[in-house]
Ligand binder design. Structure first.
Ligand SMILES: Cc1cc2nc3c(=O)[nH]c(=O)nc-3n(C[C@H](O)[C@H](O)[C@H](O)COP(=O)(O)OP(=O)(O)OC[C@H]3O[C@@H](n4cnc5c(N)ncnc54)[C@H](O)[C@@H]3O)c2cc1C
Length: 364
């Protein structure tokens, strides 16, 4: 297994549950090597199903935040347009911090941290994995769960991600309830979204009073060419200019941020598949990178769990298990990639009403 993200860890944890050891090679030097990122809503038939297969559903329920399913949409002038609250007992999509999810999955697993992989080369005796430190190791099966810029993908596919035309800049506010109570009230218990012409702001509660803020906008890929990305003030003033005219509390979500992470959104083609190659496969973002509309981690988790279960059911027929897994993954991923691609077009579009209509269709 290459990559200790949601997909790789779900795979390793389910195999571990069935008594099969697996090598997990991860480039990061340790679990705390970089900030884990925001919160994820895990859907009942996807991410939660994967955690069930790993025997972790009760612990997920104890950690997750059902109240985080609340969703509010504001107009750019601050008027509340929609306000959805979860019903009591609603556990369709509760939120969990990425760091909590990672620790939950890690549990007893022995990840090989600081073990970057540069490529995988199948031959007639298996697959040789080249490590960044120059060493090489041989495996029967290599699963690339190494994300958008997978180093395993070239072993099966020449396709690379392309820029969607939409960029996200992420910042965060801490202790919102005590330091910014007005903003805390405006955001509510879950997420807040505001859509304007070709741009939007999403603020999402994490645990511990932290709020992550995502500014999204259509832009050429090098929109920041004349900016030093490390110059937070310059990035912030560019963002404030981009959202000029929006209500002051909405702009405060950007004004109060201290660090800004630039995340251009890339995708793989919605129908990305490959000719099956014995000994190598992909899952998660490595296989089907799609716009971040709430399913990527869910799919990665479920795929990891399903592949592990298939292998555990018949370890003597690795290739058969992988072939069947790939067919199932491709069909499901194509459906979701099509939905999320169309969703991104509507969310960050010239017509803000299209974004609200999308929420009206998917909110219960
Ligand atoms: C802003 C944003 C918000 C999102 N919100 C949601 C959401 O609410 N719900 C949801 O389901 N999805 C969400 N997603 C999508 C989700 O984050 C991804 O789909 C998910 O993380 C994919 O999991 P993965 O295991 O395939 O890959 P990753 O999470 O990318 O993990 C890959 C792992 O591989 C490691 N790695 C990379 N290269 C190498 C290498 N060469 N050698 C060894 N290790 C390597 C990386 O360090 C990493 O640990 C969001 C994405 C973004 C950008």
């Amino acid at each position: 297994m290459v990559g200790a993200g949601p997909g790789g860890l779900a795979f390793a944890r389910v195999l571990h549950r069935h008594g099969h050891p697996v090598d997990v090679l991860e480039r990061d030097s340790g679990p705390a090597a970089r900030p884990p990122g925001g919160t994820l809503d895990l859907h009942k038939g996807l991410g939660q199903l994967a955690l069930d297969k790993a025997g972790l559903l009760p612990r997920f329920r104890a950690l997750s935040r059902p109240e985080g399913q609340a969703m509010r949409i504001l107009d750019v002038d601050g008027t509340v347009l929609r306000d959805w609250q979860p019903r009591p007992g609603d556990d369709a999509n509760p939120e969990i911090d990425r760091g909590q999810l990672r620790d939950l999955l890690l549990g007893p697993l022995d990840v090989r941290w600081g073990c970057g992989v540069t490529r995988a080369v199948p031959d007639d005796r298996g697959v040789v994995v080249q490590l960044a430190d120059g060493r090489a190791e041989r495996y029967d099966l290599v699963v690339g769960a190494d994300g958008a810029w997978s180093r395993i993908r070239p072993a099966v596919s020449a396709v690379t991600p392309h820029y969607t035309g939409v960029t996200t800049v992420e910042t965060a506010l801490d202790d919102v309830d005590s330091r910014h109570p007005d903003l805390a009230r405006m955001i509510g218990d879950g997420a807040l979204a505001v859509y304007g012409v070709n741009r939007g702001i999403v603020a999402q509660r994490n645990s511990g009073g932290r709020v992550r803020v995502y500014a999204q906008f259509r832009a050429v890929q090098d929109w920041h060419a004349d900016l030093d990305p490390a110059d937070s003030e310059a990035v912030q003033s560019r963002l404030l200019a981009l959202f000029d005219g929006w209500a002051a509390p909405l702009l405060d979500l950007l004004r109060l941020g201290r660090a800004f992470a630039h995340r251009p959104l890339y995708t793989l083609p919605v129908d990305h598949t490959w000719t099956h190659a014995s000994g190598v496969t992909l899952l998660g973002d490595a296989a089907h990178l799609m716009p971040p509309l709430g399913v990527g981690a869910n799919l990665a988790l479920l795929e990891g769990a399903e592949l592990a279960e298939a292998i555990a059911a018949d370890p003597a027929d690795l290739d058969g298990a992988v072939r069947a897994f790939e067919e199932r993954m491709w069909t499901r991923a194509t459906t979701w990639a099509t939905i999320t691609q169309a969703g991104l077009e509507r969310l960050v579009s010239p017509d803000p009403a299209a974004a609200i209509a999308l929420f009206d269709e998917v909110q219960p």
